[in-house]
Structure formats: C-alpha cells, structure tokens
Design a protein around this ligand. Structure first.
Ligand SMILES: CCCCCCCCCCCCCCCC(=O)SCCNC(=O)CCNC(=O)[C@H](O)C(C)(C)COP(=O)(O)OP(=O)(O)OC[C@H]1O[C@@H](n2cnc3c(N)ncnc32)[C@H](O)[C@@H]1OP(=O)(O)O
Length: 162
C-alpha cells in the first residue's frame, strides 16, 4: 500500500507526565510526538523503515497545557529519490472552551532505508494537487538548500575533537 497515504494524524490528551514545573508541555516532548507522527507518515508513504535526517524551522508559538486535546498532523510536501519532506503541525484544544490553537510547527526530512541498518532506497513520487501544496513544496525545496548551506558550516573535525 505504499504511495497512497500522504498524511497521518495522532490525537491524545496532554498528561501530567508531559509537562514541566510551569505546567506546560516540554518542548522535547512535543518534538518526540513530532518525530513519531513524522515517522508514521514516512513509513506509510514509503513502505520502508525510515530515519529522521533533519528538522527545520521548529517554532513553539503557543503552550500546551495538561488536559488539552493534542493533534499532531504530519503531511508529505515533497519527495526526492529516497527522502520525504513533511510539514508537521501540533494543535492544542482546550476541551472546556472548544478553542483550538497552533502550538508548534516544523518541516522534517525522513530517508527510507532498504533495511534498519541499510542504505537509502527510492520512495514513491508525490505530486502536489493544488496551489497550497505547490507553495509548501517550494518551501521544502528552499529549506533543503538552506540545510545544505548549514552542512557546510559543520566542522568535519568535530568528531575527533574529544
Ligand atoms: C525493525 C524495525 C524497527 C521499527 C521500530 C519502530 C519504532 C517506532 C517508534 C518510532 C519513533 C520515531 C523514530 C524516528 C526515526 C529516528 O529517530 S532515526 C534516528 C535519528 N536518525 C539517524 O540516526 C539518521 C542518521 N543519518 C544517517 O544514517 C545517514 O545520514 C542517512 C540517512 C543514511 C543518509 O546517508 P547519506 O550517505 O547522506 O545518503 P545520501 O544518499 O547522500 O542521501 C540520502 C538522502 O538524504 C538526504 N539528506 C541527507 N542529509 C540531509 C539533510 N541534512 N537535510 C535534508 N536531506 C538530507 C539527501 O538529500 C538524499 O535525498 P534524496 O536525493 O535521495 O531524496
């Protein structure tokens, strides 16, 4: 069934174990949910084991509180040969008031592997279907160029410096 499902949504309640001393969900917890939803979306699209290679432009725009209904939505916005670029949004709803707000968003890149410790393997091609998806695909390509620029800033000797 690879190449069919381009979107995955998780829904659950924010729990006391997810929050910090201020009563707000830890940024790291939100990132874990984002990684899991992105992983599920990438595996569903590719039909292969996938690894995270980058997370870009992560923004924490509103807090998530205990008891909020959390929605994590990951959707495909670009495919390369073995890579899948996903927009991931985290929404929080106060169930007493019914108001939903955007809490966190980012763009992630996953790569499909031919085995859990294997090499990159091709994924089904994804085509945008409307102007909004074409805009998101353009942004994914721009972020990829920025990401390549960041890679050039990494000191290749850093792994030997300890
Ligand atoms: C047995 C089953 C177990 C199941 C279990 C279930 C567990 C259920 C819980 C799951 C929870 C969540 C799980 C999340 C998954 C992880 O968290 S995985 C852990 C974190 N990630 C990693 O360890 C990945 C480490 N990186 C690598 O191993 C290597 O970089 C890779 C990914 C194999 C790529 O190797 P490479 O030599 O760079 O390959 P290369 O051919 O040059 O590039 C491949 C593609 O990557 C792209 N790429 C490389 N670097 C970048 C970058 N910085 N930015 C953008 N694109 C990039 C390239 O553009 C290329 O794209 P395409 O042109 O093919 O479309």
């Amino acid at each position: 069934m690879s190449g069919k499902q381009h979107e995955v949504t998780f829904r659950f309640l924010a729990q006391p174990t997810d929050v910090n001393f201020g009563g707000k969900v830890h940024g790291g917890m939100a990132m874990k949910w984002i990684d899991q939803a992105g992983y599920a979306c990438a595996v569903a699209w590719s039909g292969a084991y996938c690894v995270t290679v980058s997370v870009s432009g992560i923004q924490f725009v509103a807090p998530i509180l205990i008891g909020d209904l959390v929605t994590v939505r990951a959707r495909l916005i670009h495919t390369g040969t073995s890579s899948m670029h996903l927009a991931v949004d985290v929404l929080a709803r106060d169930l007493r008031k019914g108001e939903q707000r955007l809490a966190t968003s980012c763009v992630m890149v996953f790569v499909a592997l031919d085995a859990p410790d294997g090499r990159p393997t091709p994924v089904p091609h994804w085509e945008p279907r409307d102007d909004n998806e074409r805009r998101l695909q353009r942004q994914a390509r721009e972020l990829l160029e920025l990401s390549k620029g960041m890679e050039r800033l990494v000191d290749p000797g850093v792994a030997d410096s300890d």
